[in-house]
Structures are given as C-alpha cells and as structure tokens.
Design a protein around this ligand. Sequence first.
Ligand code: SAM
Length: 318
Amino acid sequence: MGGAGPATAVPVRDAEIVADIIRRAAAALAEAGCDTPRLDAELLLMETLGWSREELYTRPETTLDASEAERFEALVARRRRGEPVAYLIGRREFWSLDFSVTPAVLIPRPETEHLVEAVVDFLASRPEPQRILDLGTGSGAIAVSVARECAGAEVWATDVSAPALAVARENARRHGVDRRIDWFQGDLFAPLRGLPVSFDALVSNPPYIPSREMARLPRDVGAWEPVLALDGGTDGMDFYRRIVRDGTPRLREGGLLALEVGDGLAGLVSELFRAHGGLRRVRVLRDYAGLPRVVAGERTQASGTVSRPDPAPGVVSG
Ligand SMILES: C[S@@+](CC[C@H](N)C(=O)[O-])C[C@H]1O[C@@H](n2cnc3c(N)ncnc32)[C@H](O)[C@@H]1O
C-alpha cells in the first residue's frame, strides 16, 4: 500500500447486503493505495462475521447488525491507514497452517516456504534423531513447519525478542509440536554458549534489509513490521556474516546451512559460504518466479565440530 489515502470511515449503509459492502469497501481500499483491495475487504468481513470464505459466497444477501457494521468499519479504516491485514485479523497462513501473528513478529511470507522445503527435503536422507536450529524464529513459521513435517526431529528455535518467542510458542502449541521445540531468547548463538550441541540443519530467514533502504520500504512493511525483523545493517549482510562464521562450526558433518536471501544478496551470501572453507555443495535455490531465494551448503569434514552425543537442552526461555 503506497498512497496516503484518507483514513475516513466508510460507513455501512442501512440494510446494505454483504455483496455491496464488499464492493464499496474494496473501492475505498483501492483508493487508499491497497494492492489487493477485494481480497482484503473479504478477509476483513470474514473476520468481522466469523465466516468462512464459502459463507461469503453463499450468503451474499446478508445484512450486518449495528455492532458488526461498527467493527467492520473500524477494520477498513485501519487498513486504509496501511495496517497489514494479517495484524488486523491476527493470523496468516504459512505452509498450509494457520499462524497467529502480532506486530511483534514478521508476517510469514510465502517465499520462506522454499526454505522449509529445502530443510525438509534434506532431512529426509539424514539418520534420525535429527536436531535443527532455527535462528530468529519470529512467529515460529519455520520451526513449527519443520517440526510438523519431520517427526524424528528435535527443533531448537531462538529469537532476541521475548514477545516474538511468546507468539512462536503459541503457534507451536496450536499445531501440536510445542514439546518438540526448545525456545531460547538472546542474540543469535549467545543463548547456546557453553552448550556443546551440534545440528543436522541450521536454518534462518534473518533480517536482511540494508539500513539505508529501511526508509524506502512499502508503507505496509516499514511502518508496521518490527524493525528488529528487517534491518540487516549497512549492506544487509550483518546477520549472514555472523551466521556463516558462528553457525558452520555448530553443524554436524554433512549438516545443512540454509539461509533465505534478500533481493540482490544471493551472490554475496554464496561468496561468504565458499570463503568460509567449511562448507561444500554451495548452491542457490530459486523460487517459483525464478528468483534466488535460498543459499545452502553442507558442512565439510567437521573438525572442531561438537560431536554426538549431545546433552539434553537446558536453557529454555520465552
Ligand atoms: C526476518 S524475521 C524472520 C522471522 C521468521 N523466521 C520468518 O521467517 O517469518 C527475523 C527474526 O530475527 C529476529 N532477530 C533480530 N535480531 C536478532 C538477533 N540478534 N538474534 C536473534 N534473533 C534476532 C527478529 O526478532 C525476527 O523475529
């Protein structure tokens, strides 16, 4: 949503039916610069009425009572000011699962499903039990999805943000995998300091927006999503440097390092992987649009790696 559209309310008219309410709300959202006005109007009305999409199509003649109309008008007004639909309705689908989201977490993006896919495919050929680390878990989208797919995997998830970890835990509970995920609060690997653990896969979708570009982000993103989840330092590479340097020694031999990459960063991140010397089979995975989306590599002979057996997880927070 780019335009600074007026934030005035769009009142639902007396006896106005659902089909017309959606049409007028969509027009108002389009006027405010919303990219997907019809979809957003539908989602906001479904939220207001507690309806499924099917009900939206099979009950177009329904009218709203006064409190429903008031709630819908308030949601549309907030959306017109740029607030993302996912925050307004409190959830977003990812990996065909319903995730709770709050403004404390990045709204999970469909692109990140490629990262989940890469890890799940890789783990299919690794002996169990497996241990996976998700750095900067946010809503828990990656950790929860991997835990759901890989029944033999124990997942560790970290985030510097305590409110984000609370959301991630709720999502893990909702999807029945909370007991297979250990949560750690702190700066990247800091919570693991002193724990001689190693991983079959280390995965992250780190903050990667170059600081100077933060002010130019689309309003839906820049004004609403957490800076902590976005700002990747001067060139967007801060987290990649730290994760490759400190994460590679945490991998078991042959273990996977897989990182989502921002626009234009795949080459630089691949270079980092190659320059490290401890990673082989470095490759760039593309998304359905053909864009570079994930850089992956596997741990070479793991001298200096913490070997099995590892102690049980100890530091749990969130
Ligand atoms: C781009 S978001 C990714 C969230 C989630 N994994 C996803 O893919 O939707 C990056 C996450 O890293 C977390 N983060 C930022 N700085 C961090 C740090 N120094 N240590 C650990 N996590 C950090 C943020 O709080 C945020 O949840």
